[in-house]
Write a protein that binds this ligand. Sequence first.
Ligand code: SF4
Ligand code: SF4
Length: 385
Amino acid sequence: MKNPFHIMLVPTLGCPARCSYCWSSESTSPVMSIDTVRDTVAWLKDFRSDRLTITFHGGEPLLAGKEFYEAALPLLSQGLEHLRPEFAMQSNLWLMTPLFAQLLAHYHIPIGTSIDGPADLNDRQRGKGYFDRTMRGAEIATANGLQVRFICTFTSASVQQKEEIFRFFLEHGFTMKLHPALPSLRDGGAQEWTLEPDAYGDLLVYLLDQSLEHIGRIEIMNISDLVRCVFTRRGTVCTFADCMGNTFAIGPDGSIYPCYRFIGMPAYVMGNVADKPTKEDLAHSPAGMLMARFKEYVDTSCQKCTHIRYCRGGCPYNAIVPTYGKIEGVDPYCTAYKRIFGEISDRFNREMQESAEMSVPRFGYGQQKNPKPSMMMLMHRIILR
Ligand code: SF4
Ligand code: SF4
C-alpha cells in the first residue's frame, strides 16, 4: 500500500523535451539549491511522524544533474531516516547515464517514464526523436539496476488508436499506467489535447475488458487501483482520496504547494521550507483553505453518490480548472469515474449472483478447468501482487 504522506520534490521546471500538451515545463526555471534541500530536511524532520514517499518530479528532474542527487539523496535519506523515506522519480530518461542510474539504484528509486505508444504515434504528440531517446534511457536505467515503468498519456487524438496502443504495451510486456491529457490553469494550449470525460470513461471500460481478457499477461495500474478502491471501499490513489494535508509539492525555490500541478503559480504558494511552516500554517494559507473547502463541497455535493467513500469528488485541481480557481463543481471526470466504478461493482455483483445461483465454488476457481476470467480472479491477482 502507498504511503499517504507524499512530498513531490521539483528540482527544476526546465525540460529538454517539447511535448505538445505539456503545461509544467518552464525553460528559464532555476535549479533547486542544496541549501533548499537542507531546509526541506529541517522542515520535514518534525512535520509528521508517518512513513514518507518523496517523488522527484519536473520539468525534468535529471536536468538538476548527478551532483545534485549525490548531495541531496544522502541528506534526505539520513536526515529523515526516522520517516523511512521511499523515493520515486518521473523522468523522460534522456539524460540518464550508467553512473546516474547506479546512483539512483543505490537508493532503490523506481522510475516512471512517459511513452504514449508506438514510435510514430508517440513522436507525433511528444516531438520527433522522443521515443528513441526515452527507450535508450530506459535501457541504460534497467541495465544498471533501476525498475522502469511506462506511463501512457491518452489525448483526444491518440485515444482513437487505443487498440494499437494497448497492443504495443502488451507485446512489449510493459506494465501500463495511463494518464488522461488534462487541461491546466497555467496553459490554455493543453486544452485541445484534453481527453473528454466520456472518452475517458469509454477508455477505462475498454481497459477493464482488456485486463480481464489478458489476465496475468499485463497489468494496467489504473484498473488495479480502481478495482482496489471498490473492494477496499477507500481511495488508494490521490485522485480518489483526500489529498489535502497529505500531499505537498516543493518547487525549485523552496515554495510549498498543495501538489505539483500548482507549481509555478504564486497564488497557490502555501509557504516556504525555509520558514518551517507547521501543518496549521499551511492549512491557513489561501491554497490550504481552498483545498479544505473542496473537501466540504464534496461532502455535500457527492453525498448521494454510492461511490463517495472511494472517489471523494476526484481531483481538486481538475475541479477548479474550468472555473479558474473557484470551487463550483467536482472533478469534471466525475462521469468517467461513475461509469468505471459502476461497471466494476455491477460486474462483481453479477458474478456473485451467478455463482450463488449455480453453486459454483467461491471466486470462480476450483472445479472449472478453464474458468472465464472474472472480476474476482482479477482482484486476487491484484491482492497477490
Ligand atoms: S490535486 Fe489532484 S493530482 Fe494533485 S495530489 Fe490532489 S488529487 Fe492528486
Ligand atoms: S463519482 Fe462523481 S458524484 Fe460520485 S463521488 Fe465521484 S465525483 Fe462525486
